[in-house]
Design a protein around this ligand. Structure first.
Ligand code: MN
Length: 703
């Protein structure tokens, strides 16, 4: 256990002006609060907050962040409160601890990868100060380092969460070392066999070739010395998970990977970066296509470095990154570089990711403001116009700020919205006009026979809810119900070669216990009964025939209704859809966000609420992709193979543009569903010869 004086020394190392008394008070307070609590490993609980604080000293963070780390579990797990912390320490520290507690309280029950992006956004939205995320990441890092003392099932759950949410979050914040370590710790739990086999390969490689890293490092250093370039050289083997991911992405065997070892040259000046590059290229052969100059063209997150890959006489390739010390700090620390100290003062690293630029929406200028004040007011505005709430099953719904439980209900399903009578937030009944907040769990109470109220139109904020409510209000007009029912019945009857006469409808109504033909039509129009039920009553001999149609891909369709996917949006199974009736064409299925739908706003009778059926669909839904690939004989072949490996067919290829370097292609592929599309896009994006890939939706191709 790191004692308090050791911790203070760690902080003093980079920040001699640190307030040692504050850290000492927090240490003693935390230790007192957690007294009698133990970790799974049997150690005193307080060893954990101390370890988290120590991790944050490696990032050279300010006193408030270190103190927050020491206190981060007190409000959650002890009798300590936010107001007590505000009183003893400061309101700023109380806010930071409260932020960490809120993130801890998010029960990440749904770890499906498709939800991961929403979780990451939720994290950002809930952390008004980025230091909250830094503490939370350090907390997760220490928990992952000590994960072995947990129950095995819990280990897997935590590891998946780390892989899906925390590691990408660290990456997004520009903290590469943390991302790599989190990934590798999770990899160790999720796929230990794969990890061990990679480590064994490293060991046998070292037996064959000796200390490769040491040899190459010495070679590089010699060359630099000869030119009088003052620089540090570091070599390292890539983390097993990075190697594994590369092998997966590139479909390469270990022996063919060129990125197993990486070398860094840290120079004293920018000019020396280019001199060092010259030395490297003079001594070893540069591999074509692998040179990148992020110094003259920095990445948007502030990353600066020169990358090149060279091959030695034995043909082995190594990657070399060249940058200055300041550039290196930004590459490692990411946004944390903004809070970092060097020699006792807050660093003003000119390359550090400007959180304002990073946040992108925050336009307040940095210049002229007091540096410290600016840092204390850095807010994560990125997702501030959205709220993220959970369904009872743990799925995250993303809604605009100001959304109500009614919006939430309509976002799940129109039927749920229409039948909504109340809502519970975190288990407590609330009025329907309540504005939702981040992280709340919303449970919609529905009752059949309920209709949307006109007053709802003033409460809701989403267009989807507004349109559905308006539609429903109009539909309350019984005449329209009847007309819609008549139309549905007519189409169904015609399809089986019968006529829906008044007499036939009266007979059916009688059999079904409905009061007259008009009432029956109204009920069909309002989806209480279906045209199929009427056909079943009148023509039971047709039932077998209809049975075959039961296995249709879309739920909510009349069994005999013809349907087509709209060319404008070509919706895939898994995407939200709506049907529009077209005379003579039956139903045309649109994606719910298709812009073409706006044209039918005023024809509510033509809207039919539909859903794709769950389960596996055949790979038969064509989708058009827009691809830009490197112009090279082998590339197109490899891409076709890649798509085949994903279980998708290519049904059409159209060359749109041939430049000397690149091809632009429109490719039609046949897919199973939305997730399948995602898998294909991911596989293509991972391919280094694909410059760009996206799905094409063409609103001009109206039905
Ligand atoms: Mn913790």
């Amino acid at each position: 256990m790191i004692d308090v004086e050791d911790l203070i020394a760690l902080v003093r190392n980079y920040n001699p002006r640190s307030n040692s008394d504050l850290i000492r008070d927090a240490y003693e307070y935390g230790m007192r609060m957690h007294e009698g609590q133990f970790r799974h490993s049997g150690e005193p609980y307080f060893t954990h907050p101390i370890a988290v604080a120590a991790i944050l000293t490696e990032m050279r963070l300010d006193d408030s962040t270190i103190v927050t780390a020491l206190l981060h579990d007190t409000v959650e797990d002890t009798r300590s409160t936010k107001s007590e912390i505000a009183q003893i320490f400061s309101p700023e520290i109380a806010d930071l601890v409260d932020g960490v507690t809120k993130l801890t309280n998010l029960e990440l029950s749904s770890t499906q990868s498709k939800q991961a992006e929403n979780f990451r956004k939720l994290f950002m939205a809930m952390s008004r100060d980025m230091r909250v995320i830094l503490v939370k990441l350090a907390d997760r890092l220490h928990n992952m380092r000590t994960i072995r003392s947990m129950r095995p099932e819990k280990q897997v759950k935590k590891a998946r969460e780390t892989m899906d949410i925390y590691a990408p979050l660290a990456g997004r914040m520009g903290m590469q070392w943390m991302r790599e370590e989190l990934e590798d710790l999770a990899f160790k739990v999720i796929n230990p066999e794969a990890r061990n086999s990679i480590i064994r390969r490293f060991v046998s490689l070292q037996k064959e070739s000796g200390d490769i890293i040491g040899q190459i490092t010495a070679d590089i250093r010699n060359e630099l010395d000869r030119e009088g370039i003052d620089a540090d050289v570091f070599g390292r083997a890539k983390k097993p998970f990075s190697v594994w991911r590369k092998m997966q992405e590139k479909q390469l065997a270990f022996s063919r990977l060129s990125d197993i070892y990486g070398f860094r040259i840290i120079t004293r000046s920018e000019a020396d970066c280019y001199r060092a590059l010259g030395v490297i290229h003079h001594r070893w052969r540069a591999v074509p296509g692998r040179f990148k100059d992020y110094i003259s063209q920095p990445k948007s997150n502030g990353y600066r470095s020169i990358h090149t890959t060279v091959s030695g006489r034995d043909g082995k390739r190594v990657e070399v990154q060249i940058r200055t010390r300041q550039m290196h700090e930004v590459a490692e620390a990411g946004v944390a570089a903004h809070w970092a100290y060097r020699d006792g003062v807050r660093t003003k690293n000119p390359f550090a990711v400007d959180p304002a630029a990073w946040i992108d929406t925050l336009t307040d200028r940095f210049e002229g403001e007091d540096h410290n004040e600016f840092l204390e007011h850095v807010k994560l505005e990125m997702y501030q116009d959205q709220v993220f709430c959970f369904t009872p099953k743990g799925d995250v719904m993303q809604l605009p700020k100001g959304a109500t439980p009614i919006d939430f209900a309509y976002a799940i399903h129109t039927r749920l919205g229409n039948s909504c009578v109340g809502a519970k937030i975190d288990g407590i009944r609330v009025p329907l006009w309540t504005r939702l907040k981040n992280g709340q769990q919303v449970d919609i109470i529905a009752a059949s026979g309920q209709r949307p109220q006109a007053t709802w139109l003033d409460i809701v904020v989403t267009g989807r809810a507004k349109a559905a409510i308006r539609r429903s209000l109009r539909e309350e007009d019984r005449d329209r119900f009847i007309r819609l029912g008549r139309e549905l019945v007519r189409v169904s009857f015609e399809h089986v070669g019968r006529k829906a006469t008044d007499k036939a409808l009266r007979t059916a109504a009688k059999h079904m216990g409905v009061d007259g033909a008009e009432e029956l039509l109204a009920r069909i129009g309002s989806a209480e009964h279906s045209a199929k039920e009427v056909l079943d009553v009148l023509y039971p001999e047709l039932a077998d025939q209809q049975e075959e149609l039961e296995g249709r891909p879309i739920a909510g369709l009349e069994a005999d209704a013809a349907f087509t996917r709209a060319g404008c949006c070509s919706p895939l199974p898994g995407e939200r859809i709506v049907g529009i009736t077209y005379r003579g064409k039956g139903l045309v299925i649109h994606a719910i966000d298709c812009p073409v739908l706006a044209e039918y706003e005023d024809s509510p009778n033509r809207w039919v609420d539909l859903q794709w059926r769950d389960g596996r669909h055949p790979a038969a839904y064509s989708t058009t992709l827009d691809l830009t690939i490197r112009h090279d004989a082998g590339v197109l072949g490899r891409i076709c193979t890649l798509i085949g490996q994903q279980g998708a067919n290519i049904s059409d290829l159209d060359f749109k543009d041939r430049k000397p370097d690149f091809y632009r292609i429109e490719m039609e592929v046949e897919l199973r569903d939305h997730e399948h599309l995602h898998a294909v896009l991911t596989a293509l994006e991972a391919e280094s010869d694909v410059a760009q890939v996206s799905r094409i939706r063409n609103p001009d191709l109206k039905p």
